[in-house]
Design a protein around this ligand. Structure first.
Ligand code: ADP
Ligand code: MG
Length: 361
């Protein structure tokens, strides 16, 4: 059998390394080229060939991706970082390989938390009460209407960019001034009601407007949280699989609210409000959350689920033209209560309350 040829961009990041590892666990025998901006991290994944690319905002980015794809005869390109996925979605006609990405207009909304919030609210999906910052005086309204603390965050970016729970208007003013003083425009900030409840993620694959499969997990710990002012550092060191109908429903409605015909990978973040109602904080269209391929790897190697449990493999096969599996559950693909514990230099464990554990990496 010919080996399907795949190019993964951002392959050196943690998510990229996980994605490549998941493809290696498939029985498809993928031939995998990887590309990354970073000269060091590109050494980490298990690749057949390695390439450097300019930053996604360089005018040379697309040309470089296209020439790597041509040189490596890639049949499918998976851009792992959202920023690269957006540029590639916009210029997909210039890349000589298939992709499975939402339309650039959809990704634009998904990558802007304010536009996302407006779309979701219109569609009746619960979101945090929000006051955008257009002038510094808008902080008066934020602090009189949103409660205490107020969650300040950026419209764009990942990993809780510019996030800080602020107790007073002065704190928020100083926080925003630090970044506007370094060139960030004020309207890049929004302020939100603080959502104190569970931190939930839904990772989903869709095809031609239909949900193929998904799972839901609760984030319990972030690595290095004590050295981050918000405690959010992007990808959790401990998460557990949960079954939560309300979260599943909110996530599905959120995807449909931003994309009339969802196609590909969607990573949805939710946080519960003071009454335990899930509010959607982000719908990242075209995105594999960092551990989405790692859970897929675990599904194949440790849980012995059907092949489609390996979500990276499923996504690439669909991207190459395969029909979605008819028997995959729409929700709750992975077993409830299973924890994944991971940390830098410490490997990855599966763990259950009561003490059962199994080493994964
Ligand atoms: N209004 C809020 N109140 C409390 N925590 C929030 C709020 N909005 C976001 N967060 C936290 O910040 C994390 C990151 O936010 P998210 O919406 O996923 O954006 P990104 O991942 O792009 O930074 C969320 O998982 C959540 O824990
Ligand atoms: Mg997020």
């Amino acid at each position: 059998m010919a080996r399907p040829r795949v190019l993964v961009t951002g392959a050196g990041g943690i998510a990229g390394v996980n994605f490549v590892r998941a493809l290696r666990a498939s029985d498809q025998g993928y031939w995998i080229a990887g590309a990354d901006y970073d000269a060091y991290y590109i050494e980490l994944p298990d690749l057949d060939s390695r390439h450097r690319t300019p930053r996604h905002d360089s005018p040379e980015f697309i040309g470089t991706i296209a020439s790597i794809a041509r040189q490596e005869r890639a049949e499918f390109v998976h851009p792992q970082p959202s920023s690269e996925a957006l540029v590639i979605s916009r210029a997909s006609d210039k890349v000589p390989a298939r992709t499975l990405l939402p339309a650039p207009e959809v990704m634009d909304v998904g990558q802007d938390k304010l536009l996302t919030k407006v779309k979701l609210e219109k569609a009746g999906v619960r979101v945090a009460r929000t006051v955008p910052l257009r002038r510094t005086e808008d902080l008066d309204e934020a602090f009189s209407s949103l409660g205490d603390p107020v969650w300040v965050r950026a419209r764009h970016g990942a990993g809780g960019r510019y996030s800080l729970p602020c107790r007073t208007k002065e704190e928020a003013q100083h926080w925003v001034a630090i970044w506007t003083g370094r060139g960030t425009p004020l309207d890049e900030f929004i302020t939100q009601e603080y959502l104190p409840g569970r931190n939930i993620a839904v990772d989903a694959l869709w095809r031609e407007g239909r949900l193929v499969t998904s799972y839901c997990r609760e984030r319990l710990e972030y690595p290095f949280k004590h050295i981050s002012p918000s405690g959010i550092t992007g990808t959790p060191s401990v998460a557990r699989i949960v079954k939560d109908e309300k979260a599943n429903e909110a996530a599905d409605s959120a995807v449909k609210a931003i994309d009339p015909r969802p196609d590909g990978a969607y990573s949805i973040d939710l946080k519960e409000d003071s009454e335990g109602r899930p509010c959607v904080t982000e719908v990242d269209a075209g995105k594999f959350h960092t551990t989405m391929p790692l859970w897929g790897y675990v599904a194949t190697r440790h849980l012995h689920l059907p092949w489609y449990g390996n979500l990276a493999d499923l996504y690439v096969r669909m991207g190459l033209g395969a029909a979605p599996p008819g028997d995959a559950p729409k929700h709750d693909l992975f077993p409830e209560g299973l924890h994944m514990i991971r940390n830098m230099d410490s490997g990855v464990l599966l763990w259950r309350e009561g003490g059962w554990k199994e080493r994964v990496i």
